[in-house]
Design a protein around this ligand. Structure first.
Ligand SMILES: *Cc1c(COP(=O)(O)O)cnc(C)c1O
Length: 393
């Protein structure tokens, strides 16, 4: 039964991604004005830390997601690090997050000298569970002078970092309510979720700050890149300052008023980013069509296709199925990879990694089950299914 099911899946994927020997999990597609903009950046000689494309990209992104401000950075990890610093996360603080994520989420917390607190995810969204957060806060914390304080050692819980797994919108509206009730800064790790929405509102804009990644495997890429978005002018100013070596603007003098970071996105990457972002609507439609094909395929089979919850729209960055157990998952992984179709399991839970094993965790039944049963399927934009006019720019 399993064997024929997997054979049918292989056939579907080969139909979706025809004429390739090896099918990647998520390949970039450059069919817009990428060459034109990158060449223009080279011709201008402004390829590095200043240039018009950086400003243009920041404006485009802010407008696209409906945030007042965007600050471009070298990658998503640096964006999250800077966002947490700007949010006021300090050494010794605890930060609530989910164990089912890419390691960058936790590393950024660690770079601030803070410690992650691992709370469970919801089984349908694979994102941080408001119920788990609420019960942790009630059991372990008190509110004192506007701050959230741990009963155990008097330490401070300063922020909450939910991650929208594979682009699926998590329950971030409920998390936002909890955060305002408990005096926590909500910083959204929307690295995977560019273009995903809850209602009409784009992910990344539910927290005080949100971050995106434009790494090579993300929906929109500029080689390496990231961005912070926020509606708060003061947080935006701080983010820009901190990510540009905290240099006080002056025509020729070098004066830096704190130990900042060289996290600014180079102009040549921003050129690529602008061209890619222009194609986001077309990419999203293409990816959502791929997801519809998978959803139809898995509708009556033994495995569950992870779908956007109602009232939300996912970018379906990575399509994912949930097998019934680990053995089935391993068989899917083996059989597909043997046939040159790249599939992969979810990340190892961050709470199991050597450097984070000592950190607090609640019971994690959903995260543990998902980590054992998830398989990501090929999900990149399918160029053969794009409108003939090119990328709709
Ligand atoms: C991709 C990603 C990041 C950022 O990654 P970079 O490679 O630094 O751009 C952060 N968090 C999550 C969940 C991610 O998937």
């Amino acid at each position: 039964m399993m064997k024929t099911e997997i054979a049918r899946l292989v056939e579907l994927i080969r139909e979706l991604y025809p004429d390739r020997e090896r099918i990647a999990l998520h390949e970039p597609v450059f069919v817009g004005r990428e060459r034109e903009y990158v060449l223009a950046a080279i011709d201008s000689t402004f390829v590095s830390s200043v240039g018009a494309y950086v400003d243009r990209f920041e404006r485009m992104l802010a407008e696209r997601v409906g945030a007042a401000f965007a600050v471009a950075t070298v990658n998503g990890t640096s964006a999250l690090h800077a966002a947490l610093l700007v949010a006021g996360v300090q050494p010794g603080d605890r930060v609530l997050t989910q164990p089912l994520s890419f390691v960058a989420t936790c590393n950024a917390i660690h770079y601030c000298g803070a410690e992650p607190v691992f709370l469970d995810v919801d089984p349908d969204t694979a994102g941080l569970s408001p119920a788990a957060v609420a019960s942790y806060l009630k059991e372990h914390c008190v509110r004192r002078a506007g701050q959230c304080i741990l009963k155990s050692d008097g330490g401070r819980v300063s922020a909450c970092v939910p991650m929208h797994t594979f682009g699926l919108p998590g329950r971030v509206e409920e998390l936002a309510e909890l955060c305002s009730e408990w005096g926590l800064m909500l910083v959204e790790d929307a690295a995977e979720a560019l273009g995903s929405r809850i209602g009409d509102r784009q992910l990344g804009t539910f927290g005080r700050l949100g971050i995106f990644s434009f790494n090579g495997n993300k929906t929109v890429t500029c080689g390496g890149g990231g961005a912070i978005v926020t509606d708060d002018p003061e947080l935006a100013r701080r983010a820009k300052h901190l990510t540009t070596t905290a240099k006080v603007p002056h025509r020729y003098e070098f004066f830096h008023d704190e130990a900042g970071f060289n996290y600014r996105m180079p102009n040549i990457n921003a050129a690529l980013a602008c061209a890619q972002l222009e194609q986001l609507p077309v990419f999203l439609e293409n990816k959502r069509e791929t997801a519809r094909c998978y959803a139809a395929f898995f509708a009556d089979g033994p495995w569950t296709f992870l779908q956007e919850r109602s009232g939300t729209s996912s970018n379906y960055w990575l399509n994912a199925i949930r097998c019934r157990n680990r053995a089935e998952r391993d068989e899917v992984l083996q059989e597909t990879n043997d046939r040159q179709i790249m599939t992969r399991p979810a990340w190892r839970l961050l709470s199991e990694l050597p450097m984070y094993r000592h950190c607090f965790r609640s019971a994690l039944p959903n995260a543990e089950a998902l980590a054992e049963q998830l398989v990501n399927l090929p999900s990149g934009v399918r160029p053969e299914a794009l409108p003939k006019s090119g990328a709709g720019v």
